[in-house]
Design a binder for this molecule. Structure first.
Ligand SMILES: [Zn+2]
Ligand SMILES: [Zn+2]
Ligand SMILES: [Zn+2]
Length: 355
């Protein structure tokens, strides 16, 4: 469609024509043979209002169709997905990413200045090799906060169909055939229901970002055990791709390592340092933010008495971790589910199980 797009003030030379969309893994979906429909100048970009090439595709079976919402210049300028507007590298809202990298949005809000700014950005994009972000976030080193909040694997649930409005009213007659989701709607007073694409793009007043930033503030700290002789860290959530050397490569920076024991069956490892100072440094610098080969690893102190008397929340966490076949610390946690009763958690010394 090459018809005029309403109040657009740009000349045709500035209209985008692109071959491929810039998408995050989640929006692209898990289907390796995704087919895309492409419409040149199909819509106006939702943030800069210039016509751009719109792509539409289905990201997987029983998922809703997705389409690109902002143009490639806007996407590259912010290093975000053209569809969900989340950061392409960390899967986070612009507001969170920019707060974590301590960058300020320099995009002018007035039309004339914006046009000039966009042209500069486009020139910068043209001169880059396309593998690294341009503009304010170029060459920024990821901060503690960014690593703790980053999403490391795709979240396909986000591609599910929208909720069926007929079903909500009890009137949907399509049953199983209904392409929409038969699910309770989220509370309309929930601030997360009021996200707006421009706020998300500029990284201002984004309720999801506020929620994530609060989550970061509330993140637990890993307290070193009182027993000063403990120099072992537990590393959980290993995948087969992670080898002893990968762990050594990460942990040697904190000090001399006495041993690294990987327990394949339990997908965990014990890293023992020769000194307590190194172990403490390693714990602090790795807790909640160690990502190896795309896998987020959990860090705990090895032999710690305190873990046995953990709070209820911790217990729940331990259960789910155990259900994934992991062990933690020097204790092995087993869960017995009995019909009609809640799970019973018992803690064993794991010396015979985990080493
Ligand atoms: Zn745009
Ligand atoms: Zn996306
Ligand atoms: Zn329905």
């Amino acid at each position: 469609m090459a018809t005029s797009k309403g109040a657009n003030t740009y000349n045709r030379q500035n209209w985008e024509e692109s071959e491929f969309p810039l998408l995050c893994q989640t929006c692209l979906g898990d289907n390796p043979y995704v087919r895309m429909m492409k419409e040149k100048h199909g819509k106006e970009c939702k943030t800069c209002n210039r016509p751009f090439t719109v792509f539409r595709w289905c990201p997987g079976a029983r998922m809703r169709f997705k389409k690109t919402e902002v143009c490639q210049t806007c996407s590259q300028m912010k290093n975000i997905c053209q569809t969900c507007l989340l950061d392409l590298e960390y899967g986070l809202p612009v507001q969170v990413r920019d707060a974590a990298l301590r960058v300020q949005d320099s995009l002018p809000k007035s039309d004339v200045n914006k046009e000039f700014y966009m042209q500069n950005v486009e020139r910068e994009i043209e001169n880059s090799d396309g593998t690294n972000p341009v503009g304010a976030i170029a060459n920024k080193v990821p901060s503690d906060m960014l690593l703790k909040l980053a999403r490391t694997s795709p979240y396909y649930k986000r591609n599910r169909p929208h909720i069926c409005s007929f079903w909500v009213k009890g009137e949907c007659k399509r049953g199983e055939e209904c392409p929409y989701r038969h699910d309770k709607p989220t509370d309309p007073d929930d601030p997360l229901a009021n996200q707006n694409i421009k706020d998300r793009f500029y990284g201002t007043n984004d309720p999801v970002a506020d929620k994530l930033l609060r989550r970061y503030q509330d993140m637990p700290k890993l307290e070193p055990p009182e027993d000063e002789t403990v120099t072992t860290l537990y590393v959980g959530g290993l995948s087969e791709a992670i080898e002893v050397d990968d762990l050594k490569n990460h942990f040697y920076q904190f000090g001399e390592i006495r041993s690294v024991n990987v327990v394949q069956k339990q997908q965990c490892a014990f890293v023992q340092f020769t000194s307590r100072t190194s172990a403490e440094a390693a714990a602090e610098k790795s807790f909640n933010k160690l990502i190896l080969k795309g896998q987020r690893l959990s860090i705990k102190w090895g032999r710690s008495q305190g873990q046995q008397q953990s709070t209820k929340k911790d217990d729940e966490e331990e259960m789910s971790e155990h259900q994934r076949g992991q062990c933690r610390g020097k204790f092995f946690i087993s869960i017995h589910r009995e019909r009609g009763k809640g799970p019973r958690v018992s803690v064993h010394d794991s010396s015979d199980l985990c080493t």
